[in-house]
Ligand binder design. Structure first.
Ligand code: X8Z
Ligand code: ZN
Length: 634
């Protein structure tokens, strides 16, 4: 989820900012205090981007411009990616300084590309050049306006926000702890005082970000307007081969399709939490207390499976974390296992450099960005992941997710530079998730020796419940993060309303409330990586639909006639070949064509989610009988 100039260099890290100045600009190098653990640094002036400004507005001029832009993206992109990797895997004064500088340059270059591309709006170029010109206009996450110092100021802020998040720690039981430590405790804690302390403690790292965030929004909006968008949110909604307003409506439509199912799950989980904790902690009506769900943002609830497991008709006979620990897995073995799945589909093993250069565990001696990401440093073969892997079920899944990004990057490496990206950003997120659906089946776990026997149909409901706790619970979160940001970028939500709006969106979409009143200086959105990391989030909502479309289509191709959730495509090279054909297309065609290449479908379709979970939805409906489901949004 790297911002995608120089296209998706890293698919999950800090991204480029954008600015627009053809000549050298010297930013007002205000020394920046990176609070919350990161360091003070003074940025350097930005150098010229050196791109011609006078391409003739003819077919030949447009073609030459696109070729020059692609060449520049390739060389500059590799340079920027290596600086970004250096900062993400070693956060210091100097690496922040370097990244801030290179991101300002990248921003200027991107905005220059976007403005130049607009000069050819009325030139009758061929469809490939037209698509590339469009992508040049849309491939910026945070544009800066064309005035001296803007790109530098923006990049200083974004580097600082990301570094502040990544180095964040808070006191827990008298000790400073990191997010990954807190997340491990929260996953297992069943003490509501402790979960409340963890929830509130992690959110002490973000109030310091609020002013920076507000300033960043101002600058990026100024940049977006100069590029002809109403605001930065409108720019973000424009990357889906359809008008921005239609895309917003499309997400509404998809949410309406899956919302009844989410409400069913919410109702069931609430009742079980009430049974465990009692009315004083979790009433049997209204919203759920967000800290009781085993995840720092309540975005995936699988960690509390033990609390909500069926009380009759059989519970799950295994716990993936325990299986991994019993079998003595270590982080590298988890990644090797993930690679093994892709290889079983007929794809090539990862290059040796992947193993030499990836960051698979948290280094003990330095600050890093632990949020998992997949990188493609040279837009060719230097692919890597950056994780702080722990041996547990969540990270087993995340390994497959990240490798999906890497396999996509490698599959489209022979496309022209501007097409080296996902069909849309939701596709990029869905590749590894789709593979993960097979990799979590008991059949597969049995095939690789983790599970001694394959459970029968009596474990369908427990298995589906586990999956729904992660996949269905995620859907409203996947939507609400950008709903909040769209409101912020449009000005509908002003800085003094930032936190109240976030809490209101939690209630509206997820039916959740924080464990207690939030302090007046709270900036809870800043405690979720993708907000200070400036990674658009609707991609994950889409991915949670696409992966089930991929699963349904792949299992059909495999001739599978059983229930979708039991289907694994492990070892199926025919499916792998068709899958890879979609991956190889990159962003060369509108996403419906990529979707069609693999699935035969051309639309976003949440009916695949319903198909996959149908037995569970029926079961939940029965469990919820007599309960008053839902919550009030007021
Ligand atoms: O950020 C990620 C990946 C990297 S692209 C680990 N995910 C989202 C999140 O953690 O919030 C995957 C699921 C949603
Ligand atoms: Zn991802």
């Amino acid at each position: 989820m790297k911002r995608q100039m120089m296209t998706a260099v890293a698919v999950c890290a800090l991204a480029f900012t954008a600015g627009c100045a053809a000549t050298t600009t010297s930013g007002e190098a205000r020394p920046l205090q990176a609070e919350g653990g990161a360091q003070t640094f003074t940025p350097a002036p930005v150098t010229a981007t050196g791109l011609r400004a006078d391409y003739p507005t003819t077919v030949a001029g447009a073609t030459q411009f696109v070729a020059d832009a692609e060449a520049k993206m390739l060389t500059f992109g590799e340079y920027a990616a290596r600086v970004q990797w250096a900062r993400a895997t070693n956060i210091t004064f100097d690496t922040m300084w370097l990244e801030s500088k290179v991101n300002a340059e990248a921003t200027e270059l991107q905005v220059q590309f976007a403005n130049q591309a607009a000069r050819f709006n009325d030139v009758a170029v061929d469809p490939v050049v037209r698509r590339k010109l469009n992508l040049l206009r849309l491939g910026i996450v945070l544009p800066a306006p064309n005035r001296p110092g803007a790109a530098e100021e923006l990049s200083q802020i974004t580097t600082r926000l990301d570094s502040t998040y990544s180095t964040g720690k808070f006191d827990f039981k008298g000790q400073p702890i990191t997010l990954d430590e807190a997340s491990l405790i929260l996953a297992d804690s069943r003490d509501p005082n402790e979960t409340k302390a963890l929830y509130e403690g992690w959110r002490t790292i973000s109030p310091v970000m609020k002013n920076d965030y507000a300033r960043m929004v101002e600058i990026a909006n100024e940049g977006a307007r100069e590029l002809g968008f109403a605001d930065t949110g409108a720019l973000w909604r424009s990357g889906y081969d359809m008008p921005a307003d239609d895309f917003a409506e499309e997400t509404d439509r998809l949410w309406a399709q899956v919302k009844p199912f989410y409400e069913n799950l919410h109702c069931y989980v609430r009742a079980r939490l009430n049974a465990k904790y009692g009315d004083a902690v979790q009433p049997d009506h209204g919203p759920i207390r967000a800290d009781l769900l085993g995840n720092m943002w309540s975005q995936q609830w699988g960690n509390i499976y033990d609390v909500v497991a069926p009380t009759s008709g059989g519970a799950s006979s295994y716990d993936l974390t325990e299986l991994l620990k019993t079998a003595d897995y270590d982080p590298v073995k988890m990644v090797k296992t993930g690679e093994g799945f892709y290889v079983s589909l007929g794809l090539d093993p990862l290059p040796q450099t992947f193993w030499e250069r990836s960051q698979i565990v948290r280094p003990r001696d330095r600050e890093v960005v632990c949020h998992a990401s997949a990188w493609d440093l040279d837009n060719a073969d230097d692919i890597r992941i950056k994780m702080c892997t722990n041996v547990n079920g969540d990270d087993f899944y995340t390994v497959h997710h990240e490798l999906g990004h890497n396999y996509y990057q490698r599959a489209y490496k022979n496309q022209p530079m501007l097409f080296r990206n996902g069909a849309n950003d939701g596709f990029h997120e869905a590749i590894g998730d789709f593979v993960g659906l097979s990799a979590l089946t008991p059949t597969y776990l049995n095939q690789i020796g983790l599970l001694k026997t394959t459970p029968g149909a009596e474990e369908d409901i427990p298995f589906l419940l586990k999956m729904a706790l992660d996949k269905i619970a995620f859907l409203p979160f996947g939507l609400m993060v950008d709903r909040w940001r769209w409101g912020v970028f449009s000005g509908e939500t002003s800085p003094d309303q930032y936190n109240a709006a976030w809490t209101a969106d939690m209630l509206k979409y997820q039916g959740l409330v924080p464990p207690g009143p939030r302090p007046t200086n709270a900036f809870d959105p800043g405690a979720k990586y993708h907000v200070p990391g400036n990674t658009p989030y609707t991609r994950y909502f889409l991915a949670h639909i696409y992966q089930f479309q991929f699963q349904r289509a792949a299992c059909k191709q495999a001739g599978w006639t059983g229930p979708l959730h039991r289907c694994s495509v492990y070892g199926n090279e025919a499916v792998g070949a068709r899958f890879n054909a979609m991956l190889e297309m990159g962003q060369s065609k509108p996403w419906p064509e990529a979707m069609q290449a693999f699935t035969g479908e051309t639309a976003n379709d949440a009916s695949a989610v319903a198909d996959y979970f149908a037995p569970l939805n029926q079961w939940l409906t029965v469990q919820n009988r007599g309960h008053d489901c839902g919550w009030s949004e007021a």
